[in-house]
Design a binder for this molecule. Sequence first.
Ligand code: SAJ
Length: 440
Amino acid sequence: MTNMYKQRLLEKFANRTARVAILGMGYVGLPLAVAFAEAGFEVLGIDPDKRKIDTIQRGESHIQDIPGAQIARLVSAGKLRAAVDFAALAEADAVSVCVPTPLRKTGDPDLSFILSATEQLAKYMHAGMVIILESTTYPGTTREVLLAELGKDNGLTVGEDFFLAFSPERVDPGREDWTTLNTPKVIGGITPACTEVAASWYACALKTVVPVSSAEVAEMAKLLENTFRMINIGLVNEMAMMCEKLGVDVWEVIDAAATKPFGFMKFTPGPGLGGHCIPIDPLYLSWKLRALNYSARFIELASEINTGMPRYVVGKVQDALNDQEKSLKGSQVLVLGVAYKPDIDDLRESPALDVIGLLQQKGAEVRYHDPYISSLRHEGIALDSAKDWLQAVREADCVVIVTNHKSYDYPALHDNAQLIVDTRNALGRLGRNSSKVVRL
Ligand code: SAJ
């Protein structure tokens, strides 16, 4: 029996008359909204943050990957509009949920954003809708949380009257080679009809859609992707500690291993694990498995190693100063680069925050410089970026390179510093043979 609602949606996708709504106008939702608008749909972006909505309505962009001119063109063409009010969902045919999934202070998943978006969506649910969750979450969320709420008390049957799927976001802000449009997109539905309808919708705007057999497969694929990174970063961080015990240069070891053209993928040690994905997503998985009486040992161990790196780095600063007969307490330490990874302005979960906090706890006089981050206000840390980074280098007893932004003049840094702890091998060969450089 041909499902009437499925057929109707497939036709609306084909002739671009489906009314699209994207919940969450962040680094995932806005590029997705733009992709569907460019594909010819009329798109509504919904976000409770009125500043984001006003920016879009003014034809400007608050997301680094989306030019303001593109927003202006799509808004004036009537293809893109934004609202804080969820009521417009009553007319939507296709809705994508792109809201944050952070961790609570306890380390447990914080589904509050998904829950509030779902509650709003449930108010405006009607037959003939397709809903896709994009937010990274534990396997089972789409079925256990969204379906439970969206299919309740409204007489609608999933897979017949409405369609529900999961499709993990794969946006890497700032990357230009792999974008929302050309990054393959995994999609798994609650039923086969859900997968078919969701995949047909996304295929209208995205180059490659990869249907899988269920929402759980799609949820788990994303967690494998990011757990893979987190564990391998934990491995090289432990390799750095082992190489120090062995008196071997871990950076040379990794470069040598990376000459293997197959069966190896290069990761590099660092001061810890930052960002809103890699340190967090795997903990959604281990949390879910704990509820099933299973301990995800690799994740727990890698997390322990990665979260221990800031303390390990501070220990190296303390030892390096000690070798110059200086105590950490009272020394002036300059932290160079605080963003969670090079050449971006994102501080989320940055290990620099832990390094600074630990240095301050041990009585160091801490300053920082970061070309992308002018001030730091975080859990008792209240610092502004040094105005003149090279002058700050000259004045410091020790410089710690935490984030190796490309914009730094590393030879000048080396010439002007008394002592450098290089946690990123930013100095390269310069650092390898210098008596005033200590590396991981
Ligand atoms: N890091 C290391 N050593 C490494 C790689 C990373 O210490 O070898 C650190 C970084 O400094 C950073 C953290 O780990 O603090 C995370 O780095 P990341 O390169 O994984 O960057 P993210 O967090 O921006 O990860 C994003 C992810 N994108 C999504 O989740 C959609 C990830 O899947 C991408 O693979 C990654 O970008 C990427 O490849 O750049």
